[in-house]
Design a binder for this molecule. Structure first.
Ligand code: GLU
Length: 366
């Protein structure tokens, strides 16, 4: 079984980790790439490499690099413009990382993925083998969302979930999520009385803080996707640090900066965790009591006969919320049908394949 890093003073000796840096840490106020930040990041990581540590770097910044290369003055506002900038910028970003790490004699490899694709289509075994090979060769995998086919990060500023999945794939000893605040706070960092939270022993402790709404500890700075990423990573035994990009050096030395989320589990089923906590939901199905009982007794697929209502538009394979009669979230799963066909067959007995197959279904207790 995987050894879990129990103490953050051991971080500087951990053999493998994942570090994630977002656009906000790599972009200047004019929307262009901040070359100095990228250089500092690479140099600091090279120090860890030099003492024998190996890591994958999940990096955004492609759009920012594209804005500079295209000479378009500012960040595009339309989705295809952002995608185009990312496609131009990604090559620039990689060549810049290549140069920076190259100065330290370290090779890099580009990995473009989407969290949803890797998990939904069981591609994670292929990704795991490829990443493992790269790391074994001493190459630093540099990972970004594949912006040509996915727009999750462009819409939500979210490579955090992808970083958690990579941490699982490479068997990381810890996950380091860099952001523009020092760590997690009990309220908006600017508000008097908000205090930093240095240690989270179990993510459910955070239920005491307001999770929804603007101005909560999670409402700004993309903290909510970071907490989701930490929830996933800690559940599969990977402790997680959230801190500012400026704290990278001290964090890698094992100093107590930012927030440390202790590992709480050793779950190996990353796909189930992704379905339960991280997959973007495309719709809902509502169930009658009998169907809820059948699901909760375990081992059963969800059948169309137990569905009373279908909300939203989805395709087979999309993630959906499964709601009980009282409106509570009972489970999440990947749809076996498109929403239109399911709507036509809701409540119908013997309607062929399951609405959600048991292998694609995770009971959620919140
Ligand atoms: N993956 C994109 C990038 O690397 C999106 C980040 C963003 O929205 O700026 O630039």
């Amino acid at each position: 079984m995987k050894r879990v890093l129990a103490n953050r003073s051991l971080v500087s000796r951990a053999p493998r980790f994942v570090v994630k840096v977002g656009s906000s840490s790599l972009t200047k106020s004019d929307g262009r790439l901040n070359h100095e930040r990228l250089a500092t990041l690479s140099d600091t990581l090279a120090t860890a490499y030099g003492r024998g540590q190996r890591f994958a770097l999940v990096s955004s910044g492609a759009v920012a690099a594209g804005v500079g290369s295209l000479g378009i003055g500012s960040r595009p506002t339309d989705m295809s413009g952002l995608q185009a900038a990312a496609m131009v910028g990604q090559t620039k970003l990689m060549s810049e990382y290549g140069e920076r790490f190259g100065e330290h004699g370290i090779g890099i490899g580009q990995v473009l993925l989407t969290a949803d694709d890797v998990m939904r289509r069981n591609h994670y075994r292929n990704a795991r083998a490829a990443l493992d090979k790269l790391l074994g060769m001493g190459i630093v995998p540099i990972v970004n969302e594949n912006d040509a086919v996915a727009t999750t990060e462009l819409r939500l500023g979210d490579n955090d979930r992808l970083a958690a999945i990579i941490a699982h794939l490479i068997g990381a000893d810890f996950l380091l999520l860099l952001t523009d605040v020092n760590g997690l706070y009990s309220g908006p960092p600017s508000e008097p009385g908000s205090r930093p939270i240095p240690f989270v022993g179990n993510i459910d402790e955070l239920k005491n803080y307001s999770i929804t709404g603007r101005g909560s500890a999670f409402g700004t700075g993309g903290m909510s996707t970071k907490v989701t990423a930490a929830r996933m990573a800690t559940a599969f035994g990977v402790p997680t640090i959230i801190t500012s990009a400026g704290n990278l050096g001290p964090a890698l030395e094992g100093e107590p900066v930012g927030t440390w989320f202790a590992a709480t589990g050793s779950k190996s089923n990353a796909r189930a965790l992704w379905i339960a906590h991280a997959a973007q939901s495309s719709g809902q199905v509502r169930l009658d009591e009998g169907a809820v009982a059948a699901l909760e007794s375990g081992g059963n697929s969800l059948l169309a006969v137990g569905i009373t209502d279908v909300v939203g538009t989805f395709d087979p394979g999309d993630a959906i919320d499964i709601i009980g009669p009282g409106g509570t979230l009972v489970a999440r799963g990947l749809a076996g049908w498109d929403s239109e066909s399911l709507r036509a067959n809701a409540g119908v007995a013997g309607a062929g394949r399951p609405a959600v197959h048991v292998d694609d279904l995770v009971l959620v207790r919140r």
